[in-house]
Write a new protein. Structure first.
Length: 182
């Protein structure tokens, strides 16, 4: 059974989540000539696969005497953790049926050896990042509010202490006035 048929059966059963799809491209263009046009090439590939340009990324390349071998990766859309099985089947069929067409300026090319990989395991930090950030912000706001309340309380207390005068202290209006001779 060909690889495409095995993966089609595997994907139709919904047994896996696809994190990325990789494939190789052999271009007749030398890498120094290709280097300034890599992002443009990625955009052409994305357009033919009905993807966003940010989803198609260069993984690595090998410069050869007759051209350049490039390994590309197709990632899920930014809002998703994985590529849906229907989208993956569509991408794989376009790759295997050579429905990716590049301008002649890139020379001749060949697509081959595609593969699917599961999504990377998310670490504890990746799963709990927002919870930690929100908890930190709540603690920070609570700390600032507590400090502000303490400052207000302290100032009021100092004000009360300053206005208190001992019983035997001399107050300006209670001072004895000199007696006048009558």
């Amino acid at each position: 059974m060909p690889k495409e048929a095995m993966i089609a059966v595997y994907l139709q059963r919904g047994e896996t989540k696809i994190g990325l799809i990789t494939f190789y491209m052999l271009l007749s263009m030398k890498y120094p000539e290709l280097k300034p046009h890599i992002s443009e090439l990625a955009q052409f590939i994305a357009k033919d696969l009905d993807l966003n340009g940010s989803q198609v990324q260069l993984r690595n390349f090998t410069s050869r005497e007759n051209g350049t071998l490039i390994r590309w990766a197709i990632f899920p859309a930014e809002s998703n953790d994985y590529i849906s099985n229907a989208t993956a089947m569509d991408i794989i069929s376009r790759l295997t049926e050579n429905r990716v067409h590049l301008p002649d300026s890139f020379g001749s090319y060949k697509l081959f050896e595609w593969n699917i990989e599961p999504p990377p395991e998310r670490t504890w930090w990746d799963r709990n990042y927002w919870v930690i950030v929100v908890a930190f912000l709540v603690m920070f706001v609570f700390g600032v509010l507590s400090y502000g309340a303490w400052l207000i309380w302290r100032r009021r207390r100092e004000h009360l202490l300053v206005s208190y005068k001992p019983v035997d202290s001399v107050v300006a209006e209670q001072e004895l006035q000199p007696l006048q001779n009558l």
